[in-house]
Write a new protein. Structure first.
Length: 971
């Protein structure tokens, strides 16, 4: 039994003592780099299975390319800035709002953030080390270090110089708790289904008589999923060509309403639950220009407001076919309000609370995190009390939440600094064509479609702990200077700069051309910083310029599917911006993506398909799984699953256990068999031409094909396709090669025995190299114990095995496959006849298009325990088993049962193959007595006995239904 926990810890110790990781890099030439970018995690929590999937991929690929002769440096990084850290510190310090932070002091707050970025760093190191991932965590980069931040400033300044940066005022999603805008791709990460209260409000038309010639009161019905926006209503929009009905409603008594209502013809049956009567019908163009009474009184004097206008975004897909317009809360609303010249109204602050003029709801949060419908309920109550509510109902819909603090977001008009990503769109799409995506559907699908619809990137944050925007603004607000380096800032200010955080650089004021410049208050989106990691980790271009440019773009990256709108995207945007045009910032012959190959993984869910949750305790502790089954088993389980193809997987400890049993332990048993029987452990290369035994030829050919298949899949970054054949090979090695070769290892034919030992040793040594990237512990455990000609300190210092296609004998593979298929049919025939395999039979006839060689026929006869194999030519593969058991065959079968029984007793008593024994027996059965006498020599050989004598026995057993007393005594 393979003791995974114990063995893997021994290997870890060996790697550390012999500095195997360091040597694996140092031994490869500096001028042959294979560059891998590692996305920096936040150290704000312990690693989970999602991180372990990523680490598995990020360890497997670099190990493979190292063995292919490349120098693969692996530098760990930590994401240190942004809302993840800020939210953590806010909780620790009991700071509830942005103002609380300002009162606490930005310098003090940033110091607290700095102290908390590495809370779980040691735990991360321990788990990553135990998992067997080779990565430099001692010389890791941190996004908060001045060198990294300087490179971030340099990247930003180069975009500034290309006129890709601008300040704008747009509707965008904000987090009211964090009081900052978020980028469109951050918003996509936080959608979740919630139940909200929707309302259909009544807007009273003031000039229906004059403009439409009607006497009755007319109310326009407008539906919204955000009742809290209604106090900010300034317009009502209708569709120019949409047909609208004026109706009465009719109650259960047949009485019509005193009011009439306006609703789209296509929506009336959805909105009006009871009976109604149509009075008039108009198109939207007829309704344009109607004036209505403000729904709420707070902004009743707003200029050019409270009228009906037409808009092309109005549809009859939902609601009433009428849209209430609040320009502060949505792009369509904002641009329509501007077009119509309406005075701007924003009744909610950045903190998500109603402003003072909204007296009935003063200070209330419009979308409270604890109860997101609370304020909407109050709005609906007010409408009902004031006769302005037509109907209300609950609806389940997808709503964005803050990706860090989980607060419901608001679509809110505010100012921000933007990157003109829309200007880069064509280059972004072209560069995507240069990237190999695994799985490939992500390229044109999730990522490609995202690029087709890119929006300008809101890159500034109204926060504190992050890389400050390096923009200084003149006191008259007319001029801006973007700083791209520490040296430039020192020249402008005349001061030594040792830190670039907000609390430091905000104090740096300078004069230029008679104007005083102070820094704008915002910090950068932390996604900009992570997107700048290729440059920041190397302090490019201030250091490592040649080294960076020689290895750009990266050959490989890997992360989860959510990063198609996160890190993958920001890497892609910044690299494209820096390499485009005739005079690119980074000297390249063409515009380039940040990475050439990318593997996208899915999400690891709990076994029940739910999200893994500490509270629900619905998944096993990763460290316990590692201790029970080993890292290799967990790695194999993950790499062979759909999760490495961007599909979600339900994690099952049973699945890891099966890998341990069917892959790890099975191979260890093969290795243990080799250790037991091989007299010479030094392994040398096999010359396939010199191999004589068909099993040796077959297993070496099978190994060569494995190498070719795994190599091809790894070159294509298809991990599941690469690793699965290894399990098949191990099964073939154990269940066919070893089983059919056991007698060769124990036999007296010295030449054949030596050849079998040499073949198995070569196969195990070579297999350890093929396994090394995937199952690094077991690979080295086997490699280090076998050794051989020219073996090194570790299998991970070896070169990848190379195979010539001519070394693959397809004919022997096909024929052996047929032999095994015939064997299955033969065993099935035995089973159907109720005859054990240990019972010899006379013959088996097989029908096939090709006759096997004598050697394969002999192999088949041994496997099926028949005396002869007969070939019948035919197109359909089938077998015919002679099931007649003669007296002679019966005796031979009984002899095999005796051998099995005695060997089981040997095993139960812990005897080894070196231990000789004396066997005693007593039975009243004449047939069984004859077996001990007639087959004495064969029995001695099979059970390693010096003597077999009739002298009673201390153990009474049944053999084929016959009672016998047996004694087995070590000599």
């Amino acid at each position: 039994m393979y003791e995974a926990g114990k063995n893997e810890k021994e290997v870890l110790k060996y790697w550390d003592e012999h500095k195997c990781f360091e040597k694996s890099i140092e031994n490869r030439p500096e001028n042959k780099p294979y560059v891998f970018y590692d996305g920096p995690p936040f150290a704000t929590g312990l690693p989970h299975y999602g991180h372990i999937v990523g680490s598995t991929m990020k360890d497997t690929i670099p190990r493979f390319w190292t063995m292919r002769g490349f120098r693969v440096e692996r530098k760990w990084g930590w994401d240190c800035h942004g809302l993840p850290i800020e939210n953590l510190v806010e909780k620790d310090l009991d700071l509830k709002t942005k103002k609380d932070i300002e009162d606490y002091g930005i310098h003090n707050f940033n110091d607290a953030c700095r102290a908390n970025v590495s809370n779980f760093a040691e735990e991360w190191k321990n788990i990553i080390h135990r998992f067997g991932r080779w990565v430099d965590m001692e010389d890791s980069y941190r996004t908060m270090d001045i060198n990294y931040m300087e490179s971030v400033w340099w990247v930003f300044s180069k975009l500034w110089n290309q006129n890709l940066i601008y300040e704008g005022r747009k509707p965008m999603h904000i987090c009211p708790r964090c009081e900052t805008p978020l980028s469109n791709f951050e918003v996509t990460q936080g959608y979740k289904d919630i139940t909200d209260l929707t309302v259909t409000a009544k807007f009273k038309v003031l000039d229906a008589k004059e403009k439409l010639g009607i006497e009755e009161d007319l109310y326009i019905l407008a539906w919204t999923t955000t009742p809290w926006t209604l106090p900010g209503n300034v317009l009502i929009a209708v569709g120019k060509d949409i047909d609208y009905l004026r109706i009465y409603t009719i109650n259960e008594n047949g009485e019509k309403s005193s009011e009439t209502y306006l609703v789209a013809k296509d929506r009336v049956d959805y909105i009006v639950k009871g009976a109604y009567k149509i009075v008039d019908e108009w198109t939207g163009s007829k309704l344009a220009g109607l004036n209505y009474e403000p729904l709420f009184p707070y902004y009743k004097n707003t200029e050019n407001a409270f009228r009906v206008v037409v808009a092309d975004f109005v549809t009859t897909e939902d609601g009433t076919g009428v849209v209430h317009i609040a320009p502060a809360f949505g792009s369509d609303d904002y641009y329509l309000g501007e077009k119509e010249g309406v005075e701007f109204v924003q009744h909610v602050g950045m903190d998500g609370k109603f402003k003072p003029e909204v007296v009935d709801f003063l200070g209330q949060e419009v979308k409270p995190k604890a109860d997101h419908s609370k304020t909407d309920v109050e709005i609906v109550k007010w409408l009902a009390q004031n006769g302005k509510l037509f109907s209300k109902e609950k609806v389940v819909h997808s709503y964005p939440h803050c990706w860090r603090c989980d607060t419901p977001l608001l679509n809110y008009l505010t100012s921000s600094w933007f990157i003109r990503v829309t200007e880069l769109k064509e280059d972004l799409i072209l560069n995507n064509e240069k990237t190999n995506w695994v799985p490939d559907h992500i390229k044109e699908g999730r990522f490609g479609k995202w690029l087709e619809n890119v929006k300008d990137w809101a890159v500034s944050r109204n926060r504190f702990w992050g890389a400050p925007l390096p923009i200084w603004k003149s006191e008259d607000g007319l001029d801006f200077i973007c700083v791209g380096s520490v040296e430039e800032l020192e020249e402008l200010t005349g001061q030594t700069v040792e830190d670039l955080h907000k609390d430091t650089v905000d104090k740096l004021v300078f004069e230029k051309d008679g104007k005083t410049y102070t820094r704008i208050p915002e910090v950068l989106d932390c996604w900009f910083e992570s997107g700048a990691m290729p440059y920041g980790q190397m302090h490019y271009p201030f250091e490592n310029k040649e080294k960076f440019e020689a290895g750009f773009p990266a050959e490989f990256i890997a992360e989860g599917q959510d990063q198609t709108r996160g890190w993958f995207y920001t890497l892609h945007v910044l690299a494209t911006a820096l390499t485009r045009g005739e005079n690119p910032v980074i000297s390249t012959d063409e515009s380039l993506p940040a990475f050439r190959n990318v593997i996208v993984n899915g999400i690891v869910l709990a076994e029940d398909g739910k999200k893994m949750s500490k509270r629900l305790n619905n998944y096993p502790d990763p460290m316990i799984v590692l201790e029970k089954y080993g890292s290799d088993a967990l790695r194999y389980y993950l790499l062979s699953s759909p999760v490495v193809h961007a599909e979600n997987m339900n994690f099952s400890e049973k699945g890891v256990r099966e890998v341990y049993s069917k892959v790890i332990n099975m191979l260890w048993n093969v290795f243990s068999f080799y250790e037991m029987f091989a007299e010479e452990k030094a392994v040398s290369k096999i010359n396939t031409v010199e191999l004589e035994n068909v099993l040796d030829k077959w297993i070496v050919t099978k190994l060569n094909k494995l190498i070719v298949d795994v190599t091809k899949s790894m070159e294509e970054y298809k991990l599941a396709e690469a690793i699965r054949p290894i399990q098949d090979f191990i099964a073939d090695l154990s269940q066919w090669y070893i089983r059919r070769s056991r007698d060769r290892f124990k036999g007296e034919l010295e030449k054949d025995k030596k050849q079998a030992e040499k073949t198995l040793g070569y196969v195990l040594l070579t297999l350890s190299k093929v396994m090394a990237p995937f199952m690094p512990f077991l690979a080295d455990k086997i490699y280090l114990q076998i050794k051989g000609d020219g073996t090194l300190e570790s299998v991970h210092l070896e070169d990848w095995p190379e195979v010539n296609e001519v070394d693959i004998d397809e004919e022997i593979l096909e024929n052996m496959e047929l032999v095994r298929k015939i064997s299955e049919l033969g065993l099935a025939a035995r089973s159907n006849a109720g005859i054990k395999v240990r019972q010899p039979l006379q013959s088996l006839n097989y029908t096939n298009s090709v006759k096997f060689s004598d050697e394969l026929n002999s192999l088949l006869a041994e496997e099926l325990n028949v005396k002869s194999i007969e070939f019948v030519k035919g197109t359909e593969l089938k077998v015919e088993l002679n099931t007649e058991i003669t007296e002679e065959l019966k005796k031979e079968g009984l002899m095999r049962e005796v051998v099995r029984t005695i060997n089981q007793i040997r095993k139960d008593r812990g005897l080894t193959r070196e231990d000789r024994v004396e066997v005693t027996y007593h039975t009243e059965d004449y047939l069984l007595q004859s077996i001990f006498l007639d087959f004495a020599d064969e029995l001695k050989k099979s059970v390693l006995a010096d003597e077999i004598v009739e002298d009673g026995g201390e153990e009474s057993v049944e053999i084929d239904g016959i009672r016998v007393d047996l004694g087995v005594r070590k000599v």
